[in-house]
Design a protein around this ligand. Structure first.
Ligand code: NAD
Length: 488
């Protein structure tokens, strides 16, 4: 064991929760040490959000080229060069990870490449390539993230049975792929491979894809997947896989209501396992601190991201759902400010979620069903992209915007979008909800024409019963009162 050291604040994990926290701590005058066993940037930058979005964008671009003839543009000889696409993806990752490394350095954060475990409530044992040493700390922020759940019988070898990391590094486009799990990753990556020409089957245990998302939104994505040739099997579990030299056969069992259980054998070249993620809390020797994670492995925190052990904080995936990078970053800032003695606490009302399917899905706040469950009387407005000039001009008329308002107060409760650029559109309603805006505020705000955000304005108008670019035959409540006032 090399010489022991003492640190002020230690951040464990350099993903979007940890590195953001470290930078804010440094901005607030703390002496920060950040430890990670892998590359800086965590799963998000290296093996998740960023590389997947590079590939998804490239595949959409490739597909658009093949549709360019519809717009009178003939492109001959468009062809995918997968190794060059992967090189491009890696170059984007490198730019971002080295940018984060530069920022950490510029802010005076000490970066340690090593694996840390707790050896006491205020002490870590750290293993690096140079050996082991102990580090005592005043405060520690656990930001160790999560990893894919494994599926018994489907052991990942990153060749024929892949998890999300392996799928982002394939060397050839597989002829066929079975995605186990129709959640975020299964659908995002399943769509990517389908666009490259892979014959994709998605198998989902539950009745709906993307559990927790309004089924009317996922129906739009499912329809487009099926149009593209993707086979979607809901109510279906994988049972086993049989490997031969060149192929695998996956036995699936589909239990459709009223139709009984049907077992089918599906021959595929590769299987992609995306059945959820589990927190990285089990290799930290947390028991040495007195902390006990919950039954799923999450570390409980209060609104200042502080655990039961006052000098230890937890943020990001390890601190519980939703497992979203931007939630981790927000929590990282709260933890840093709490450690620095500021009054910050996690009081987020609107946590957006974005799924990079085709079309994209983005949600923030309550869905109609959730609002009703919570006892709200709702007023809901839906506006289809087919009636939005900008959506049509870019050839993306699928999907809709739905806004959910509280009928009593008029407050905006939720926004649910499936359609072009939903990932960018969602920030406006997120701001509106955070600011306690009325649905009418969105309707009264002038939105530039022609633009996709006009669909938000029109959905807000639709909740009032008088959207201009759809015909609302029976103007309700507010709209009727509005007309009566005007006529009086
Ligand atoms: P997920 O929880 O989104 O989906 C897993 C799906 O697998 C579920 O629908 C589940 O019902 C299904 N499933 C589980 N066991 C099964 C079985 N044996 N057979 C068939 N289906 C089965 O998990 P994920 O897609 O692995 O993603 C993990 C996490 O990463 C998510 O929580 C998500 O928040 C996050 N993520 C976010 C983004 C984004 O923000 N765009 C992208 C990717 C991942």
């Amino acid at each position: 064991m090399s010489q022991d050291v003492s640190a002020d604040v230690v951040v464990l994990g350099a993903g979007p929760a940890g590195y953001v926290s470290a930078i804010r701590l440094a901005q607030l005058g703390k002496k920060v040490t950040i430890i990670d066993k892998d590359e800086i940037g965590g799963v998000c930058l290296n093996r998740g959000c960023i590389p997947s979005k590079v590939l998804i964008h490239a595949a959409s671009f490739y597909e658009k080229i093949s549709r360019a003839a519809e717009m009178g543009i003939d492109v001959d000889g468009a062809r995918l060069d997968l190794p060059r696409l992967m090189k491009w993806k890696n170059s984007v990752v490198k730019k971002l990870t080295s940018g984060v490394a530069t920022l950490l350095k510029a802010n005076g954060c000490k970066v340690v490449a090593g694996t840390a475990r707790f050896s006491g409530p205020s002490e870590l044992a750290i293993t690096t390539s140079d050996g082991q040493f102990r580090m005592s700390f005043n405060q520690c922020v656990i930001a160790t993230g999560s990893r894919p759940v494994s599926l018994p019988g489907f052991e990942v070898d990153q060749k024929r049975i892949l998890d999300s990391s392996g799928a982002l590094d394939v060397t050839e486009v597989p002829r066929s792929m079975l995605c186990v799990g129709g959640g975020y990753i299964g659908l995002e990556l399943g769509t990517f491979f389908a666009k490259l020409g892979t014959d994709v089957t998605v198998v989902e245990a539950f009745p709906n894809l993307l559990g927790g998302v309004d089924p009317e939104l996922t129906a739009v994505v499912r329809k487009k997947l099926e149009k593209r040739g993707v086979k979607v099997m809901t109510h279906t579990q994988v049972k086993s896989v049989r490997r031969t030299e060149n192929e695998m056969t996956v036995l699936v069992s589909q239990a459709l209501p009223d139709e009984g259980v049907v077992e089918t054998s599906i021959p595929v070249e590769v299987v992609l396992v995306t059945v959820g993620r589990i927190p990285n809390s089990d290799h930290l020797d947390l028991e040495k601190t007195g902390l006990v994670p919950d039954s799923r492995g999450f570390v409980a925190v209060n609104s200042r991201m502080q655990t039961k052990v006052p000098q230890i904080y937890a943020i990001g995936d390890v601190a519980g759902p939703p497992l979203l990078a931007h939630k981790g970053s927000k929590q990282g800032i709260i933890a840093a400010e709490a450690i620095a003695g500021l009054k910050s606490s996690y009081d987020v009302i609107a946590m957006p979620a974005v799924i990079f399917t085709d079309p994209e899905i983005a949600t923030v706040g309550l869905s109609e069903a959730e609002a009703r469950e919570k006892g709200f009387e709702t007023k809901v407005g839906t506006f289809p992209f087919i009636a939005n000039g900008r959506a049509l001009s870019i050839g993306e008329g699928e999907g809709f915007v739905r806004l959910i308002g509280d009928a009593k107060t008029g407050r905006l409760l939720g926004a649910h979008i499936v359609g072009p650029d939903a990932s960018n559109l969602i920030s406006e309603p997120a701001l509106a909800i955070e600011m306690g805006a009325q649905v009418e505020d969105v309707a009264l705000t002038v939105h530039p024409h022609p633009s996709l955000p006009e669909a938000l304005m029109e959905a807000a108008e639709a909740t009032l019963g008088h959207a201009i670019h759809i015909y609302q035959r029976d103007p309700r409540g507010d709209a009727r009162a509005h007309r009566e006032r005007a006529r009086a």
